[in-house]
Design a protein around this ligand. Structure first.
Ligand code: PLP
Length: 398
């Protein structure tokens, strides 16, 4: 059995969600068909929508099912940009942060080629949006801002973002705010209504649900332009035959993740802090990246992100993997691309330090034994990675 410390990449499906999903897999009926089987499938979808709405603090009509976080982010960003610009052609700016996930950054870069003026506001050394810089960017010309998108909590270093302040500033000028809450849901208290945001991305496989399903929660007044055209499902915003098994599994996972969040967060904070203390005891020069505060208003409870000076993160990852310990050098979606993390660079880390970092992320199956296994393995692994880095350096090279 591996020691799985990569829950931020994906977390195991919970039994209840797998059961809810499998119960639907063998049933027939397109949720848009008018006959009895179709109506049964529709009932599953609408009951799931209500369950999700209760869990997320929104109205059922605000839940638009999608294929997951990437699609929801694309829909929010492109869709809201296009609809707001269509209402007023002066609205060409989008304000965001330099530490967003690629599911946000890449649509932003794509839109920049389509005429959008994208501004990625800086973060501080802990990875938190600089609110004063954000305010200055916003207030320089609010009428030209189509939308604001700021993640709820960062997927790499776990830093919780000042979304409430962003909402207050943007709403003073009538500008809609989208947030990517993919990592926050299930780890932090997340309420769409209380947050004040206008659109919010969530996904199933990060909360104990299935892969390939998620939602964009979006206020009804904010009708994003569709990216997918076809049968007109999901308020005409997202066409495509609806997937009742995946939606049923997602809804059950969402309900349970929200119900168990307080207890899980408390347990994970204790485990995470033990992991960080243990690793730093074994490797005294390891650096804790992100916000050192343990509280839920500071950092995701399951996130520990550490730099090991003198090591290549990739070597560490492979050496730990050989011992059955699975973690990440950053966002899993970047895996295989040998580039230092854009998040750490935006936080002001030197490239070498950014390359020497690992993310350990805990979740609902994590135990003290997992933490102990890592703490036991880390010192010899770091030593080997350091030696490897020394011998692979060109002679006389820095
Ligand atoms: C913050 C964040 N947004 C979006 C995504 C993409 O979600 P999905 O895998 O459901 O497309 C991820 C997944 O790594 C993420 O961490």
């Amino acid at each position: 059995m591996s020691v799985y410390l990569d829950h931020a990449a994906t977390t195991p499906i919970i039994r209840e969600a797998a059961e809810a999903m499998t119960a639907q897999l063998t049933r027939v009926g397109n949720a848009s068909s008018l006959h009895a089987s179709g109506r049964d499938a529709r009932r599953v979808v609408e009951e799931s929508r209500e369950t999700i709405a209760r869990a997320l603090g929104c109205r059922p009509g605000e839940v638009v099912f999608t294929s997951g976080g990437t699609e929801s982010d694309n829909l929010a960003i492109k869709g809201v940009f296009w609809s707001r610009r269509a209402e007023d052609p002066r609205r060409v700016r989008i304000l965001s942060t330099s530490i967003e996930h690629h599911a946000v950054l890449d649509p932003l870069h794509w839109l920049a080629d389509e005429g959008a003026k994208v501004e990625l506001v800086d973060v501080d050394g802990q990875g938190r949006l600089d609110v004063a810089a954000f305010r200055a960017a916003l207030e320089s010309d609010p009428d030209s801002v189509a939308l604001v998108t700021v993640m709820w909590a960062n997927n790499e270093v776990g830093t919780v973002q000042p979304v409430a302040e962003v909402v207050e500033l943007a709403h003073a000028h009538g500008i809609p705010v989208h947030t990517d809450a993919v990592q926050a849901l299930g780890q932090l208290p997340v309420s769409f209504a209380e947050s004040g945001v206008d659109a919010m991305t969530v996904t199933g496989h990060k909360i104990g649900g299935p892969y390939g399903v998620g939602a964009l929660v979006v206020r009804r007044e904010l009708q994003p332009t569709a990216l997918l055209h076809g049968g007109g499902q999901e308020r005409d915003i997202r066409s495509g035959t609806i997937d009742p098994p995946a939606i049923a599994g997602f809804a059950r996972a969402c309900e349970i993740a929200v119900e168990r969040q307080p207890e899980l967060a408390t347990r994970l904070v204790t485990l995470r802090d033990a992991l960080v203390t243990g690793v730093r005891r074994e490797v005294p020069d390891a650096l804790y990246n992100g916000d050192p505060g343990s509280g839920l208003d500071h950092r995701l409870p399951g996130n520990a992100h550490l730099a090991f000076p003198g090591c290549e993160g990739d070597s560490l990852l492979m050496l730990l993997d050989a011992r059955g310990i699975e973690c990440s050098t950053g966002s899993a979606c970047d895996a295989g691309v040998p580039q230092p993390s854009h998040v750490l660079l935006a936080m002001g880390a030197a490239e070498e330090l950014a390359r020497s970092s690992l993310r350990f992320s805990l979740g609902h199956t994590s135990t003290e034994a997992d933490v102990d296994a890592l703490v036991e393995a880390i010192a010899p692994v770091v030593e080997r990675a350091r030696n490897a880095a020394l011998t692979s350096r060109p002679a006389g090279g820095a």
